[in-house]
Design a binder for this molecule. Structure first.
Ligand SMILES: [Zn+2]
Length: 117
């Protein structure tokens, strides 16, 4: 099974939908609720953390001579941006989708509008 493929009907989900709606995934072809497997959730997070640590290390070495707040703010900002870019990109390419168990789906029923006298 390749990445972002529905295990029910083998249709591919668009990468933007997997990243943006990772908790409320629904297959566009068979309408079955889907979820991202545990390994596919953890792998992008760790990849983002490693990328953030590398960027922080490089930026700290580069900005260590800067006086004032820039010496420690910029490495933090750049490492946060690196995490924010790398983690979704890895999720786009490694998202392994599984069928969501039906007992974990919360159905919402709307009450009919009540008319007050
Ligand atoms: Zn499907």
């Amino acid at each position: 099974m390749s990445a972002r493929q529905c295990p029910n009907c083998f249709a591919f989900l668009p990468p933007g939908q997997v990243v943006a709606y990772s908790y409320d995934l629904v297959c566009p072809s068979c309408q079955h609720p889907l979820e991202i497997s545990a390994l596919s959730r953890n792998l992008p997070a760790y990849a983002g953390l490693v990328a953030g640590a590398i960027v922080w290390w490089l930026a700290s070495a580069h900005y260590s001579g800067q006086p004032g707040a820039l010496g420690w703010v910029l490495p933090l900002l750049l490492s946060y941006l690196a995490f924010s870019i790398v983690a979704p990109l890895v999720l786009m390419f490694t998202a392994d989708l599984t069928l969501k168990p039906l007992d974990s789906i919360v159905f919402q029923y709307e009450a009919p509008p009540s008319h007050h006298p």
